[in-house]
Design a protein around this ligand. Structure first.
Ligand code: ADP
Length: 497
């Protein structure tokens, strides 16, 4: 059985950890304090490596390097075509090192290796090729002003970008942040999540091999309240981009405001509805709703974590959703055919089990799962609740784990009202064959992404971001460039006075 298999020795990853230091001014260096912190293998809770722990004085050094690279270095001034070629070379190197990057990603994060190697690293490469494509397509405008003036806008890089990323998609979050910032000619100080520092350090080294000038991309590993807060409140950081929880989003927005009013992009939490309409093919709906929730161990900000099912198909849906969860293959993420690995760490693991207990206590029906799996590491049984009510904690708060909550609805107006009755507004799934139903829902849902008969489609060109407390601004696509550009209006009389 799965539980027995989890007692076996974990599979040894086919990669060495080469980089554990901070990357500042093009060089790997220790933290000034000499401190390190352990990064853990979520399969066992054992130490993979000790990583340099950046504090505010290291953030100062990294920002100084980024400042110098922006003010005096070649990067913002080189031709767009040269910048594009460096990004394309970096993408080639990332592609060449697909398997090492995938192994580091899985080792540090716990996600299935096949998902890393076949989906996420190829997406990473695709993202950087996409952004390389933008580097030489950033145009200003000419503006028809009143009077005899020639007026133009220059779209200039904003300067030093501070970027803070989470642990659920370490490399993809790295790409969503670094891609547009570099395409626009900015320099960067990026703080990885303390749970997953390894893969992005390796990727950053490849950018330097590709010819990125020193100081353009600086990497600081460390914790939120120290390194993260130092970056968010730094007087010499010109722009902040953050992905993480809504609570921490509020903190960094305040730090940015209290320091130098740097503009902030936020990509925060969600409690996304997945709406299964009465005309749905139930088997297909079950499969997609399962994917929408359980993908990446349920650790997605946009997870379809409120599965609303029309009363006409509800009983059949619940039966089949339970059967699908029971079939989910959980195990060592380095094994082939595994659908679900361990959760990221003990804190998230405990939090998920607490939400499961709260679901049971509040009267939801536990259809399957509900407990840990195995005796070591952070594996959680795929869990399904039916008879969930909107007011229960499991229907209101972000669980960030493999826990599906199924709710019943009667008609469209009702489900629109209930789906929108949340402070979040990140994404929604709609499953129907009826075009009128699809159109009604897509326009009524107050969310940044509606996936109709699909979910988690994340092409580089599709903008992503939240309404309401799910965030501010958009990442990916053309919209993301705005985050990293300043607009300068240049006004010249047509004739000298
Ligand atoms: P999670 O609870 O999922 O770990 P967080 O929002 O706490 O989400 O973490 C996302 C990122 O924000 C991580 O890189 C983390 O280190 C960082 N972070 C956490 N607290 C702070 C803070 N007070 N200031 C700046 N960054 C922070």
């Amino acid at each position: 059985s799965t539980a027995t298999a989890l007692e076996e020795e974990p599979i040894k990853p086919a990669v060495q950890v080469e980089h554990t230091q901070l990357l500042i001014g093009g060089k790997f260096v220790d933290a000034l304090s000499g401190k390190t912190f352990p990064t853990l293998d979520p399969r066992t809770g054992e130490v993979i490596a000790h990583v340099a722990e950046g504090h505010s004085e290291d953030v100062d050094r990294a920002v100084a390097a980024a400042r110098k690279a922006f003010d005096q270095g070649p990067w913002p001034k080189m031709t767009a075509y040269e910048r594009q070629r460096i990004l394309l070379r970096a993408a080639d190197l990332l592609e060449k090192h697909n398997d090492e990057l995938a192994a580091l990603e899985t080792w540090d994060n716990g996600k299935p290796y096949e998902q890393s190697a076949q989906i996420e690293i190829p997406m990473l490469v695709r993202l950087f090729r996409y952004y390389a494509g933008w580097a030489d397509k950033i145009h200003g405008m000419t503006v028809p002003a009143d009077g005899q003036y020639h007026v133009q806008t220059l779209h200039e890089p904003i300067g030093v970008a501070g970027q803070i990323i989470p642990w659920n998609f370490p490399l993809l979050m790295f790409a969503w942040k670094v891609g547009p910032a570099l395409a626009c000619g900015n320099t960067i100080v990026l703080k990885t999540a303390e749970q997953t520092p390894l893969s992005a350090l390796y990727a950053a080294k490849l950018f330097h091999e590709a010819g990125l000038p020193e100081g353009v991309l600086n990497m600081v590993s460390g914790f939120g309240p120290t390194a993260g807060a130092a970056l968010a409140s730094h007087m010499d950081v010109d722009k902040l981009a953050f992905t993480g929880s809504t609570d921490t989003g509020k903190v960094v927005l305040e730090l940015a405001a209290r320091s130098n009013l740097k503009p902030v992009t936020l990509e925060l939490g969600g409690k996304s509805p997945f709406i299964v309409c009465e005309d749905a093919d139930v088997d297909q709906a079950v499969e997609l709703a399962h994917f929408a929730l359980f993908f990446n161990q349920g650790q997605c900000c946009c997870a379809g974590s409120r599965t609303y099912v029309h009363e006409r198909v509800y009983d059949e849906f619940v039966e089949k959703a339970k059967a699908r969860a029971l079939k989910r293959i959980v195990g060592d993420p380095f094994k082939s055919g595994i659908e679900q690995g361990p959760q990221i760490d003990s804190e998230q693991f405990e939090k998920i089990l607490k939400y499961i207990r709260s679901g049971v206590q509040s009267g939801a029906t536990l259809e399957t799962g509900g407990d840990r799996l195995g005796s070591k590491g952070f594996y959680v049984q795929p869990t399904v609740f039916s008879n969930v009510e909107d007011g229960m904690l499991i229907a209101k708060e972000e669980i960030f784990g493999p826990v599906q909550s199924i709710l019943k609805f009667k008609d469209l107006d009702e489900v629109i009202e209930r789906a929108n009755n949340t402070r979040y507004g990140l994404a929604a799934g709609v499953f129907t064959k009826n075009i009128d139903t699809a159109n009604t829902l897509t326009r009524a849902l107050r969310v940044g992404t509606v996936w109709v008969n699909c979910f988690d489609t994340f092409d580089a060109a599709i903008p992503f971001g939240g309404y309401k407390m799910s965030g501010q601004g958009r990442e990916k696509g053309e919209y993301s460039l705005k985050n990293y550009l300043q607009v300068k209006a240049v006004v010249t009389p047509l004739k000298n006075p």
